[in-house]
Design a protein around this ligand. Structure first.
Ligand SMILES: [Mg+2]
Length: 237
């Protein structure tokens, strides 16, 4: 059954579509500079691809001295692999803020696109003999839609990645450190030996283990969300 909040979101969406169809785009609110940068700037594309190029170089060097299946790279999902700027554009245009309800509906649409360079990087890790895991603060109730969205973009469980750990904590805790801590044992029960995490890729400070000095590659997502790890995030730097 549709909740009141869900119904409100649908009504806003219909209002947006009506506004577009009658060419009254001027009645929509402008995009924030951060959203506009990610949505429309070739500079953002270049930055994302540059970070993934550096990460690819790093894992290829590591692969040369490590046995196959003995190492793993852990990636965040949102604004690292999946690009949700279309969701943010909708919020900006409607003058709304992020909410768990509208975010849930967005994930169920399975319409996120790829962050430039992400698919090629994952392919490079797998071809180099590495394993890939995702640790995300998407909730467990969003896992199915997330995996379908990834598969539609050519990223498949078992082939391209070995695990996807959502935020399943009953208290809603988003800290990833406990999940980083179970990666080796998780891969062990999947039949891999002693696997070492050699790199993290993310867009927020919390996307890297606090306990190690393991390599961390940070994608600049224009400071749209959270706690960005880019030194000077966003446009006009
Ligand atoms: Mg993220």
């Amino acid at each position: 059954m549709m909740t009141t909040k869900n119904r409100a979101f649908v009504l806003v969406s219909i209002a947006l579509l009506s506004a577009c169809s009658t060419n009254s785009v001027e009645s929509l609110r402008p995009l924030s500079p951060e959203t506009d940068w990610v949505a429309n700037s070739s500079e953002w594309v270049f930055e994302a691809e540059s970070v993934y190029a550096k990460a690819t170089e790093f894992v290829r060097e590591q692969a040369a001295v490590r046995p196959k299946d003995s190492w793993v790279v852990i990636l965040d999902i949102d604004e690292t692999v999946l690009n949700n700027v279309a969701y943010q554009v909708g919020l900006d245009r409607a003058g709304e803020d992020y909410s768990n309800e509208s975010w849930y509906l967005w994930t169920q649409r399975q319409e996120a696109s790829l962050v430039p360079g992400a698919a090629e990087f994952i392919e490079a890790v797998r071809e180099s003999g590495g394993l890939v895991g995702f640790v995300t603060n998407r909730r467990d109730i969003e896992q199915l839609a997330t995996e379908i969205n990834l598969a539609q973009l050519g990223i498949h469980r078992g082939e391209d990645f070995q695990f996807l750990l959502t935020r399943a904590d009953k208290n809603g805790v988003g800290d990833k450190q406990a999940r980083f801590g179970v990666v080796a044992s998780l891969l062990k029960v999947q039949g891999y030996g002693d696997v070492e995490t050699i790199a993290y890729v993310g867009d927020s400070i919390g996307d890297k283990s606090a306990a190690t000095d393991t390599a961390f590659f940070c994608i600049d997502q224009g400071a749209m969300y959270g706690d960005p790890c880019a030194a000077r995030p966003g446009p006009d730097r």
